[in-house]
Design a protein around this ligand. Sequence first.
Ligand code: F0G
Length: 456
Amino acid sequence: MDFLPEPYKTKTVERIHLLPREKRQRKLIEAHYNLFKIPAADVFIDLLTDSGTSAMSDNQWAGLQMGDESYAGCRNYYFFEDTIRNITGFKNIIPAHQGRVAENLLFTSALKKGDYVISNTHFDTTRANIEHQKAHAVDLLVEEGKDPQSEYDFKGNIDLDKVEDFIKKVGAKKIPMGMLTVTNNAGGGQPVSLENIKAYSELLHKHGISLYLDACRYAENCYFIKQREAAYRDWTIKDIAREMFKYTDGCTMSAKKDGLANIGGFLATNDDKLAAKITNMLILIEGFPTYGGMAGRDLEAVARGLIEALDEEYLHYRVQQVKCLGELLEEAEIPIVRPPGGHAIYVDINSFLPDFPREKYPGWAVTVAMYREGCVRTTEIGTIMQGLQPDGTEIIPRLELVRLAIPRRVYSMAHLQYVASIFKKIKENKKLIKPLRIKWQAPVMRHFTVELEEIP
Ligand code: F0G
């Protein structure tokens, strides 16, 4: 297979260790078969998340030295604000130390009990923050986005007919805002088209409903727009980004993704009244408005990272690398969600293990096997993560996926070839994937702490 060389070279290295198999088995027992409980030092290739795991550039590291740690008005904030305003065009830029805090600030300030927020697919933290306000998070994704084999270019699009019907059903007054997750993480990292954003924006605004983007991976989304939406073929990524934000009223962002930073985030809005309310809340929970829970040096690293993430050569490499991992898996006949998304490959476990009993957690069992056989950490997005209901019962979700999220600028293609070879190994000997049962679980977000055992 052909793949592009990285558009960067290594300046600092971090040693990683491939533990022997017996040690990995011991670690699994100690962790009660929960990879969240395995120390990162015991993982060789860590594909648990692409969030906060990017390698910073020399330019970002140099920026850390430029941190102005004044309580009020540090110079890094003004650069951060200018950079975000320049990319997004939004009026009010409010820093927050990560995405979910920006969400919390937005929803505590804008929602009332019983309200609805519609989106293509709400990410877990977005949904949880909406529900925390006793409001409802509603997903209205296009049907193509739910079919792992559909090759549709924009599987992250929202279904505009469903949006219209929903507004008719509950009334616009009950919907203070619509959102869109770009790219759609929970739906496979799939992009949203500008055509869809524009039409959704017109529809919401016609009803007096505002539109906010969950913009964590907006640069990757813009790259897909350039590749797949003919009208934007000759645009720069930055101009596409500006165009995308133009149709919206604000955004929340975790800079741990397309900010190429290890921590950071922000909330942006054109609504001055809402911004004032949010700023009060910010002071209560995050800090003064010119640092919002971040050190001055981190504001600098985020601002520099946001600029770097708009580099088309970087994005081209990034998306290609993810795609190459997908191709390596497909060459080994491992079924993946098609087409590959921007930040991760999702293996379709229902097709991979059609005979494995769903109530014995096949997705989770694959993540355990990947660690035992290769010291590789991946994550289940399936029954353990999504199946537990508030009343304690378990509903098996339609899709059972294992996500291989690729940290930005961290792993080489050789690392990813290694990952694919381990997947191939467990595919060729499925006995390596063992059924599981739960020994202990928490009532919510059980995947982080659940304890399991293998069924002999
Ligand atoms: N929105 C999306 C689409 C996300 O993917 C995440 C985080 C957040 C919001 C929350 O941001 O972590 O900075 O508070 N996603 C990570 C992941 C955790 O692994 O996909 P945060």
